[in-house]
Structure formats: structure tokens, C-alpha cells
Write a protein that binds this ligand. Structure first.
Ligand SMILES: [Zn+2]
Ligand SMILES: [Zn+2]
Length: 291
């Protein structure tokens, strides 16, 4: 069980001022700021909270107290794993860390000071109108996250959602010499909508292949897009994969990374290429680096 109740740490035995006794007696008159390990307020504590590493600092205050933890509504909500609001039609979003607007009239000690929420944008950095708070992101286990990166707009990270029904999509794998071929079919079966060829070792495990196949199958239901989506050569924050696209073929080159040697994923589309199809591949590259 991960630490959920995070008691306020004891003050330094002898504080930074070296006057330990005065700090201790001062502290006795101050309120106690215990925190709740299920209520992260920033990316670092989102990571801690998802992985059972919570330490005091970086969380909302506990309002119930240690004795009520097991019946606390916060814990009940966390157990429900409620899905967050999610922009329709894409498995991938760019999460941008946005500051809370300051409280009008609050000059000092504004509770909004230094606080943030996450705006979910399309992976091409376009607005979707959807924003979420850190605890709701934490509770939805269908979404997973990359590490953060910083660009001209500030701190951001990738949020990828995985289809719980992914195993329903048929994938047929065969090996031909040094190439492994995965034929991805639509949800209703029929001829393959795309063929994935892994040159060298497969850079994905089975569940990642399943999620990719599900996203590709869903994309196949989309109307063909006339505008050939622009694929960037690399995604911000995702250094290990290089994309290229020409005609009916998209190639993902994965550099050598921990546990996986370098490899190439070549995708041949058997239907008109759609923006959603390319998004499926971008989401796949993100899934290779989620924590
Ligand atoms: Zn609590
Ligand atoms: Zn493969």
C-alpha cells in the first residue's frame, strides 16, 4: 500500500537558525499541515502518487485525518478510477501545465499562487477546450504519461490513452527472415487495414502492439483525410523515435534505448492514409517511453 496519509514532517531538530527550541515552541502554536497522497498538485507528485512513492510536499492538504483514511471520500474516488474528460477522436494529447489564475483581490497569501492545472491539447498543440486537475489525471488509469519537457510555452508532457478493448482487434504475426510482420485488421475482421513490419527486433511488447492495432483499427473507420497530415521528424520530449512518411508508407526509426536495441517499424497502409492513422503511430512512439 502506498503512503496515502502524509504527516507534516517534524521541524528541524535545530532549525536553520540554530535555535531549535524556539522553532519547536513556535510550531506548537501553528496548525498541522498533513497532506493526502492521492491529491497531487504538480507533475512530480503525480508521478510519486501513481507509483507509490509519495512523500510529504506536493499534495493538497488532508481534510479528514489519518483515522478516517479508509472511509475518506478522496480514497473512494481514487478507487473508482473515473475516466477524465477526453478530447474525442484521438488516443494522444499534449498536456500543458497552466498556472491557476490569481484570485481577484488577494494581494498576499493567494491560495492560487504557484498552483497549476493541465490543459489537454491535440498532439499538434491545438486547443481542445479540455482541462483537468492533477488528482483527476492521477485517478484515471486508462491514461499514462511521458516525462515532462520544457519548450517556449512552458512545461508539458504527453498523455496517451489506451483502449481497454484493445485485445478484440485481430493481429496476425509472422516472421520472414529478419522481419516480423504484424497484419492489423479492422475491428470486424476483413482484409488487413495496415501491415506493420519490424526490422530487427520488435521494439514493442505484446500489449503495446495491441494498443497500436486498436488505434489503427479505429482510424480505419475514419473518413480519409484529404490533407496529408504533417508528421514532424521528431516529437518534443520524445528523442528516441524519428518519423518519416511518403505515399502509403510511414517509417518509425527507434534509436537504441534501455532494454531495446535500435529497430525500425515500417507501416504500409492498405487504405487511404488518415490523420487518425498517423496519430496512432505518434501515440505508439509515446507509449514506448511512458513510465
Ligand atoms: Zn486524507
Ligand atoms: Zn514487431
Amino acid at each position: 500500500m502506498s503512503p496515502l496519509f502524509l504527516p507534516q514532517p517534524d521541524p528541524y531538530p535545530s532549525g536553520p537558525d540554530g535555535q531549535g527550541w524556539s522553532r519547536l515552541s513556535l510550531n506548537a502554536h501553528m496548525d498541522v499541515r498533513n497532506q493526502c497522497g492521492l491529491l497531487p498538485i504538480r507533475f512530480a507528485s503525480l508521478f510519486e502518487s501513481r507509483t507509490g512513492r509519495q512523500r510529504w510536499g506536493g499534495y493538497e492538504r488532508c481534510r479528514m485525518g489519518r483515522a478516517s483514511c479508509s472511509t475518506c471520500p478522496v480514497q473512494e474516488a481514487a478507487r473508482r478510477h473515473e475516466p477524465i474528460e477526453w478530447p474525442a477522436g484521438s488516443p494522444l494529447c499534449l498536456g500543458r501545465v497552466r498556472p491557476w489564475p490569481l484570485t481577484p483581490g488577494a494581494l498576499l497569501a493567494d491560495p492560487a499562487q504557484g498552483r497549476s492545472y493541465v490543459e489537454l491539447l491535440t498532439w499538434q498543440n491545438m486547443s481542445t477546450g479540455v482541462s483537468v486537475n492533477w488528482p483527476d489525471l492521477r485517478d484515471d488509469f486508462r491514461v499514462q504519461f511521458s516525462w515532462t519537457f520544457v519548450d517556449a510555452e512552458g512545461e508539458a508532457f504527453w498523455v496517451v490513452r489506451s483502449d481497454p478493448d484493445a485485445q478484440d482487434v485481430p493481429v496476425h504475426t509472422s516472421r520472414l527472415g529478419g522481419v516480423t510482420e504484424h497484419a492489423v485488421h479492422g475491428r470486424a475482421g476483413g482484409p488487413p487495414v495496415a501491415t506493420l513490419r519490424c526490422h530487427g527486433v520488435c521494439a514493442h511488447d505484446d500489449w503495446r502492439l495491441r494498443y497500436l492495432a486498436a488505434d489503427i483499427a479505429d482510424a480505419a473507420g475514419n473518413a480519409p483525410s484529404v490533407e496529408t497530415a504533417e508528421l514532424p521528424e521528431r516529437l518534443p520530449g520524445i528523442r528516441h523515435t524519428e518519423f518519416s512518411h511518403e505515399g502509403q508508407r510511414t517509417v518509425l526509426r527507434h534509436e537504441d534505448r534501455r532494454y531495446h536495441p535500435a529497430s525500425t517499424l515500417e507501416v504500409t497502409w492498405h487504405q487511404p492514409v488518415t490523420r487518425a492513422g498517423l496519430t496512432a503511430l505518434v501515440a505508439h512512439a509515446v507509449r514506448l517511453v511512458i513510465w
